[in-house]
Design a protein around this ligand. Structure first.
Ligand SMILES: Cc1cc2nc3c(=O)[nH]c(=O)nc-3n(C[C@H](O)[C@H](O)[C@H](O)COP(=O)(O)OP(=O)(O)OC[C@H]3O[C@@H](n4cnc5c(N)ncnc54)[C@H](O)[C@@H]3O)c2cc1C
Length: 305
């Protein structure tokens, strides 16, 4: 529970209108699932973030960093504590030469558009990924042969003590859907990308081509969190799920997409419990049939892991 005293303390750090109580997380996640967060704060910058983190830690209040909520399954019970939302209040993009510097809340689509407008190539692959650039570097988001690790020059984070660190690409330890931020309690505040000059017409064409491929292959007409499972070495999760005969399998409102079996979709009023149960059935059946362990790509927020 968030007391009046906590709200007062938060107001010392951020303007009153940036603090919201009892916010349904379904409003903040692409799955459109999740109960209420006790408190959600729109973070306006790195200094606010540092102070908010310090306050929560000193008071022993759990907190969670929320980007664009496109890789999350929020619990039906919501989140007990403070959600720090790094979104549109922290989304400036600056461009100098071939370098783009974006604050963590900028959407990948916005950064990719800025790159196009400045005739910079290398980020086309990310234009259809519905995350923030902060969430994107955490996950080393990628598609169609590209991933953020290929274009990131450096990432500014707050470390566990709230100190600002600038991590080079090598120190980010990018791997398949992972980075140093997943292994350390870092919070991304800014990302610097190094792109190359390119022909705007070709950049636009590539972005349109990839968007068309997404529309054709992915169930974008339903809420989801993208690929539910990571790609297991040597296989495609969607293909294994299809071959296990699970296409269209539905539990409550959660369904294995008929269009792309790698996506669990919210077919209507799905709960987090429905999604978790369906994920478990999928994992068990794929393990039984093919001996392959599917690891979730989707991150659980709140509740038990
Ligand atoms: C339709 C659809 C298609 C998708 N396609 C792709 C795809 O092609 N490729 C791909 O890789 N992903 C894809 N995704 C998944 C998702 O968009 C990416 O993983 C994205 O990078 C997540 O960013 P986000 O801002 O939404 O992060 P969130 O979902 O908000 O958070 C994800 C994790 O990152 C943490 N986090 C977020 N911001 C920060 C920060 N600033 N500092 C520290 N930690 C932070 C959160 O705490 C959480 O642990 C897709 C999702 C959907 C719904």
């Amino acid at each position: 529970m968030i007391s009046g005293a906590i709200v007062e303390a938060l107001q010392e750090i951020v303007p009153k209108e940036k603090i919201r109580l009892n916010q349904p997380l379904e409003k903040y996640t692409s799955f459109r699932i999740g109960g209420p967060a006790d408190c959600l704060v729109e973070v306006g910058g790195a200094e606010q973030l540092r102070r908010l983190k310090k306050y929560a830690e000193t008071e022993g209040i759990p907190f969670f960093i929320l980007g664009n909520g496109s890789n999350l399954l929020a619990d039906d019970q919501g989140f007990r504590g403070i959600v720090l939302h790094i979104g549109s209040s922290m989304n400036e993009i600056r461009i100098t030469g071939n370098t783009i510097t974006a604050r963590a809340g900028a959407l990948l689509s916005q950064v990719a558009r800025a790159a196009l407008e400045h005739g910079l190539t290398g980020l086309e692959f990310a234009s259809g990924i519905p995350g923030s650039i902060g969430g994107g570097v955490v996950m080393n988001a990628g598609a169609y042969g590209g991933e953020l690790g290929q274009v990131v020059e450096s990432v500014t984070v707050l470390d566990e003590e709230g100190k600002e660190l600038e991590l080079s690409n090598a120190r980010m330890e990018f791997g398949y859907r992972t980075s140093a931020v997943k292994r350390h309690p870092y919070i991304v505040t800014e990302v610097r990308l190094q792109l190359r000059p390119g022909d705007p017409e070709q950049i636009r064409e590539r972005m349109e081509d990839l968007a068309g491929r997404r529309r054709e292959k992915q169930p974008l007409e339903f809420p989801s969190a993208g690929s539910t499972f990571k790609r297991p070495e040597g296989y495609f999760a969607g293909e294994l799920i299809m071959k296990a005969g699970l296409r269209g399998l539905q539990i409550g409102g959660a369904r294995v997409s008929d269009k792309h079996c790698g996506f669990v979709i919210n077919a209507g009023n799905a709960t987090a419990a429905d999604v978790k149960e369906l994920m478990k059935v999928i994992q068990d059946r794929v393990k039984e049939e093919f001996g392959v362990k599917l690891e979730p790509e989707v991150i659980l927020m709140g509740g038990e892991a």
